[in-house]
Design a protein around this ligand. Structure first.
Ligand SMILES: [Zn+2]
Length: 329
């Protein structure tokens, strides 16, 4: 899982939570976006050609597509969470095994939710949604759990690691919207919530041990089981049916574009391996090196929100129009 900032992090230094996600104005763009060289017009043309030639384009996105929306990634040099903080992702087994771990997790998640759920898509998300609308995108696979592709209107989409906007019962599998749980938290923790909300200005938020221990976590409405965000935590595996589904989409594709992922996590990397087996052309847009740079025919160290809107699909549309195909679905 990547791109879920404060919501899935535990601290080795105590119950601190950092409100890292600030609104993404021009001035704060640099907060979580690594510095990148100026756009190289020749490379942009090459990407234009790569996308223009594709008839079944599969796109895979990672945390890098959301940094411009104000959500930090893990691994970027200097600006990623690993570089800036000591916080590390929560482990699936810890969450499942321990009620106190779940209580701490949900207390912090409750505080972070209003901010996290308010993040908005950036021009990269909008461009991808537009490609889909124009019939240019075969399938979109994301490693992100922030729902920003959905917010931008993407539908031919697989959220490989799930989505923070859904909650899952570990016992009966019931799925509920995260917003509904927020209301249940509020009702169960009237005084607590008032205090915690008051503590979230711009910087760090401190939750005392007492606060965490008094935080009431409601169980599943249907069976009373423990609740978990419907996301794949570290140490857990992606549902095999979902993996099969994406493998089939990769096999149908004629080219693969990776956007904003260092491909360090195997759950995404395995699809690159499948694409390579199929000898699909691979292009990568990511600031910084990735695990698959040597497999790519094209690599751009560019900001996706700046680059993707530049891709001009006019020729593609004119071609379709000449064939009498109405592509505006
Ligand atoms: Zn249940």
């Amino acid at each position: 899982v990547s791109g879920c900032c404060e919501l899935i992090f535990t601290s080795t230094k105590g119950p601190w939570i950092t409100n890292l996600s600030r609104p993404c104005s021009q001035g704060s763009l640099g907060l979580f976006v690594p510095p990148s060289p100026p756009l190289d017009p020749d490379k942009v043309k090459e990407l234009q050609r790569f996308i223009g030639l594709s008839r079944k384009l599969l796109v895979m996105t990672g945390a890098g597509v959301s940094t411009e929306s104000g959500i930090p990634d893990y691994r970027s040099d200097k600006v990623g969470l690993y570089a800036r903080t000591e916080r590390r992702p929560i482990q699936h087994s810890d969450f499942v095994r321990s009620a106190p771990v779940r209580q701490r997790y949900w207390a912090r998640n409750f505080v972070g939710w209003p901010q996290f759920s308010s993040h908005q898509p950036n021009p990269a998300h909008w461009a991808l949604s537009n490609w889909e609308r124009l019939g240019k995108l075969h399938w979109l696979v994301t490693q992100n759990v922030d729902a920003l592709h959905t917010k931008a209107g993407s539908q031919r989409l697989t959220e490989l690691h799930g989505c923070m906007h859904r909650v899952l019962c570990l016992n009966c599998g019931e799925q509920t919207p995260r917003g509904v749980l927020q209301e249940r938290f509020r009702v169960l923790n009237p005084t607590w919530s008032a205090e915690a909300q008051g503590l979230a200005p711009d910087g760090d938020v401190f939750l005392t041990e007492e606060q965490v221990q008094s935080f009431q976590v409601p169980p599943c409405v249907r069976c009373g089981g423990p609740l978990k965000p419907d996301v794949v935590f570290f140490g857990d595996t992606v549902n095999p049916n979902k993996v099969d589904f994406v493998h089939r989409r990769v096999k149908e594709a004629d080219s693969l574009l990776v956007i904003g992922s260092s491909l360090q996590v195997y759950s995404g990397y395995r699809f690159i391996l499948t694409a390579r087996e199929k000898k699909l052309p691979i292009a990568i847009v990511n600031i910084g090196p990735t695990r698959s740079d040597d497999m790519a025919c094209l690599k751009l160290n560019s900001r996706c929100g700046e680059l993707l809107p530049l891709i001009d699909l006019t020729d593609f549309l004119l071609n379709l129009a000449a064939k009498g195909i109405d592509c505006l679905r």
